[in-house]
Design a protein around this ligand. Sequence first.
Ligand SMILES: [Zn+2]
Length: 249
Amino acid sequence: MIEIIAHNMPRYINRYEAWRSIDEPKTNIMIHATEGPRTVEMFVNGEKIVNGVVISSQYVIDANFNIHLIPPNDSVLCFHVGDTDFRNISGYRHNRKNSIGIEHENSGLMGSFDNRMYAKSAELIDYIINYEKHPIRYIIPHEFSSRKKLDPGVNWDWNSFENELRNCDLLFSSQSYTLTKKDKLWGTGKTFTWETRIINFYQSLAGSSQLENYLDQKDYQKEVNLKVIGTGICLIIIFIILTLLLKEK
Ligand SMILES: [Zn+2]
């Protein structure tokens, strides 16, 4: 049985929102690296604040390979990635609303990862999918969802990570990308080029009917909105024509 250390992070610290309840299904897992120590402590104490929000992810795996759940549960929205929509190769959107963040503790930008880290991460992902029943479709690295961030970075070994996912009997396909980014955050101006991957769980997962219902609803909403806009435009055109006709008289 998986062991998870619960922290029940308060919702508000120093006026700033740390996490928010949300009904959007979690369809993505986002892979992060802490690039430094004390992440659990910093998250729980609300020490990391960017643009007025307390930064947190749902899960952190520390340097001793302990899994921590930071907010009261993993269905809430945490601020571990921007709220801009990025899209993967299938056009699938990923942002903080539909993503569960897993931070992996390492020593810095060029910090490496132990094989036990990949094993723990795979065990946690198996738990998120098969026990928590989140309709996860993709595993996405943070570097792919951000123009600035470089994590999990150059030293994340995708082959070892994928082997551990296979050990958990998770079925997936993966797509490789080459990323080139300049390190701005550490002020070195160094350019990094490395290979990263997106993992796609194409199997039918436990929560997928919940996801399909949600997406159907969204499509319906879009159609309704388009109809309203269409009707509005027609009325405006009729109004303009009538005004012109009246003016001519
Ligand atoms: Zn990150």
